[in-house]
Design a protein around this ligand. Sequence first.
Ligand SMILES: [Zn+2]
Length: 117
Amino acid sequence: MAGDLKKRKPRDIVYEQDLKVEWRDGIVSHFPFVALRDSCPCASCVDELTGRKVLDKSSIPTDIYIKKADYVGNYAIRIDWSDGHDTGIYSFRFLRDLFDMAAAKGFPTGGPFARES
Ligand SMILES: [Zn+2]
């Protein structure tokens, strides 16, 4: 699965209008900020024991944006959101899984994670 692992490493990450990740296999994925914030996997957004989401999507400002993003080792990024939330660590595997799941559903209209066309 070495090839698969490599595929899950980004070539480039840019955050402007959304979080744009260019993967080493050539896929370019876009993660809108609200959807990405809503997917935050940290312990205050998702109950660690039950895996149930605690975060209420309606509490996310619609104009939320990324103030800062830092690499965590070589496997993840930690996002500092404009709403003050900064404990979310998004691993590259997690981001790629979000994208692959959306892709498997054919990027439903209005869906959060689109492929660049
Ligand atoms: Zn969180």
